[in-house]
Design a protein. Structure first.
Lengths: 232, 137
């Protein structure tokens, strides 16, 4: 049974709506509601019980954070083509930011396999223990750049099925997931690396890992990139 | 290189190198670390410093230009350098990699673990090995 059955999707793009409708149809227990205008959320929620809100970053040119009070305490997820704007991160707290297009495996993980708030999140605990500030800053800078590059490079490697290059990229990232205390991502990258070493290119697994890479990149970018020249 | 005792670490990833240095510094402040980004750079260092060799080499396996296996093969084929103990520190738990490494007389093979605590424990053990084992000069 799904943990979240009544989902409100805030989106104005027809293709994205169609994709979400298809995804929700794959899980019997999901009831999907769609609004194409953020200003209607408040009224809608007065007459409907919603377990989870999935929102685009911008709907009809309005940023979701402008309507965050209307979400009340309902957990929500941001699904976006672009990085979450830093101001939005600071003023509102999405459970997770996912990149479009949303794939079935990620949707299932969101709705079925576990509670949304237990979806693996990166943490900076390891970096908090580093007393050498210049080394800490250097590490975070390199880490941010590496994930940013991976977001650009990995989709190309997937599209071109470049096994060796993909293996090299993932090999470097697996250790970084451990620094960010992301056990699931670490295991996924290790498994994928082993498969690639055997010449197997599983596009679904690679795409799922790409989602995690994007998640980390967004996290690092929003948390650290704005402090480029100062101590973290 | 003026330090008489030092560890050579071959690792191409700068973040892994920093992680190692920080963990090693926690358990050992008196030993210098010299690092290179691939086997070739490490090899060239040995050639240029044959009268001041590292007491131990910590080796990553997957590196560009000259990987850990190629370096190991070259090292162990050299009469002067083959006595330097080598410890492999890698993400690979592949049985063939382990066999190959021990076939080439490595002194130890450690798989980088997920948790920082376990990683630090490995570094502690490497240091204990350094401190307690007799190492050829």
């Amino acid at each position: 049974m799904a943990n979240y059955q009544h989902i409100l999707y805030l989106e104005d793009d027809a293709i994205d709506i169609k994709n979400m409708q298809w995804l929700s149809q794959q899980i019997d227990t999901i009831q999907l509601h769609i609004l194409e205008d953020l200003s209607e959320v408040d009224t809608f929620l007065q007459s409907h019980t919603i377990d989870l809100i999935i929102t685009d970053q911008y709907v009809q040119h309005s940023h979701f954070s402008e309507y965050i009070s209307a979400f009340k305490n309902i957990p929500y997820v941001v699904l976006s083509n672009s990085d979450l704007e830093k101001s939005a991160v600071l003023t509102s707290q999405p459970i997770i930011v996912l990149s479009k297009p949303l794939y079935l495996s990620a949707f299932e993980e969101l709705c079925i396999k576990k509670e949304v708030n237990s979806v693996e999140q990166p943490t900076d605990e390891y970096f908090d223990t580093i007393t050498d500030i210049s080394m800490k800053n250097e590490m975070l800078k390199l880490l941010t750049e590496e994930f940013k590059n991976a977001v650009t490079q990995f989709p190309k490697l997937i599209a071109q099925q470049q096994t060796r290059e993909a293996r090299n990229l993932i090999h470097k990232l697996s250790g970084k997931f451990s620094l960010l205390k992301m056990k699931q991502a670490y295991n996924s990258s290790r498994n994928l690396e082993k498969e690639l070493a055997n010449g197997i290119f599983n596009t679904t697994k690679a795409t799922d890992l790409l989602q995690k890479i994007k998640q980390v990149s967004t996290y690092l970018d929003s948390k650290f990139a704005i402090h480029d020249s100062t101590d973290y | 290189m003026t330090t008489s005792k030092y560890l050579m670490y071959l690792e191409d990833d700068p973040i892994e190198l920093m992680k190692f240095k920080m963990a090693f510094k926690e358990v050992q402040q008196d030993i210098a670390i010299t690092s290179y980004k691939n086997g070739l750079e490490g090899w060239e260092h040995l050639i240029a410093n044959s009268n001041n060799l590292p007491q131990i080499i910590v080796l990553d396996l997957r590196m560009p230009i000259m990987n850990g296996f190629e370096f190991l093969e070259k090292l162990k084929s050299n009469v002067t350098f083959r006595k330097i103990p080598v410890i492999v520190l890698t993400t690979s738990d592949n049985e063939n990699d382990i066999l190959y490494s021990f076939d080439h007389q490595v002194a130890g093979y450690f798989v980088k673990p997920f948790s920082t605590e376990d990683y630090n424990e490995i570094i502690l053990k490497i240091n204990q090995y350094w401190e307690t084992s007799k190492i050829p000069l």
